[in-house]
Design a protein around this ligand. Structure first.
Ligand code: C2E
Ligand code: MG
Ligand code: MG
Ligand code: MG
Length: 294
């Protein structure tokens, strides 16, 4: 068989496999040093009320500035960090840095007591029975109340999670932090999981938001997700909102909060605080707007 495909075929395949493996190992080695070499940063993306543009919070997203290769996206290095067991160290650093920054913004008055910061956590982090204690210690240390903190996890955490993970989630929720299911709709999306775990909200994955207003199926899926989530008392945030058309469609099916390039991409802390002040200035006074649930 290999012969009929011509000479060299399998060699080319092996070579490209080899390159991929080597690339991965190189990235892993570099990633191990990234923290101590100060190459990791946290960027912040605003979360807003769709209807009014009033900002309500932000998501913290890790960034890696590689000395030779420039910015390496999280989609590339987070899976490597997870496989290599580095995610616990990186995740802990991101969380601490984000909470520290939130403490600074609060004490400066950049953000108010109604601002919340959403932080991504990996399954492995949630499998650590010490996590709730560590998080509560960090909140005290940085002067951040629990209602100003959200943790984002993927559906897989609830599906594959151990009994330790389940306990950790309940203890975190007891502290008062919000628990959001990230990329909702891409995994199992089973109603049972949402009921069995103390989640407070879902983030509708960008892949469903993209087709809104164009692909009727997506409108129907999102409509169903919103109805179900609200019936369960969960908040809904739409991810990856890029166009006014998507915003209108989301508003039409009852989504209250959104996040996406329509309002701004994730930026580093100094730029974020400037943008935040600008968004607050431009948005209508909260008193003038009927405050709704979520
Ligand atoms: P995510 O948590 O679902 O984050 C949303 C992603 O969508 C971010 O990509 C964000 O920059 C991007 N995004 C936001 N608005 C738009 C938009 O309007 N259009 C498009 N096309 N994209 C938009 P990012 O920052 O590259 O992160 C990718 C993923 O990496 C995240 O997806 C999350 O799963 C993971 N990640 C990022 N930071 C962390 C972290 O600190 N810890 C862990 N465990 N995972 C992280
Ligand atoms: Mg997220
Ligand atoms: Mg997400
Ligand atoms: Mg997503």
């Amino acid at each position: 068989r290999a012969k009929s495909e011509g000479p060299g075929r399998s060699t080319i395949f092996d070579t490209s496999m080899h390159t991929q493996v080597r690339e991965r190992i190189e990235l892993e080695v570099a990633l191990r040093q990234a923290l101590e070499k100060d190459q990791l940063y946290v960027a912040y993306q605003p979360i807003v009320r769709l209807e009014t543009g009033i900002p309500v919070g932000a998501e913290a997203l890790v960034r890696w500035d590689h000395p030779d290769r420039g910015a390496i996206p999280p989609m590339t290095f987070i899976p490597i960090a997870e496989d290599a067991g580095l995610i616990t160290v990186i995740g802990a650093w991101v969380r601490k840095e984000a909470l520290r920054q939130l403490g600074v913004w609060r004490s400066e008055g950049t953000v108010g007591d109604d601002f919340y910061l959403s932080i991504n956590v990996s399954p492995r982090q949630l499998n650590d029975p010490e996590l709730p204690l560590i998080v509560s210690g960090e909140m005290v240390r940085y002067g951040v109340p629990a209602h100003c903190v959200a943790l984002e996890m993927t559906e897989s955490v609830m599906v594959d999670g151990s009994s330790v993970t389940a306990r950790v989630l309940f203890e975190l929720r007891e502290l008062g932090v919000k628990l959001l299911v990230d990329d909702f709709g891409t995994g199992f999306s089973a109603l049972g999981y949402l009921r069995r775990f103390p989640v407070t909200g879902v983030k509708i994955d960008r892949s469903f938001v993209t087709g809104l207003g164009v692909n009727l199926e997506d409108d129907e899926i999102v409509r169903a997700v919103v109805a179900m989530s609200h019936a369960l008392g969960l908040s809904v945030i739409a991810e990856g909102v890029e166009t006014a058309l998507q915003r209108e469609a989301l508003h039409a099916v009852g989504v209250i909060n959104g996040q996406g390039w329509l309002w701004g991409a994730a930026v580093f802390a100094p730029e974020f605080s400037e943008r935040w002040r600008e968004m607050i200035r431009r948005a209508p006074a909260p008193a003038a707007v009927e405050l709704r649930r979520d």
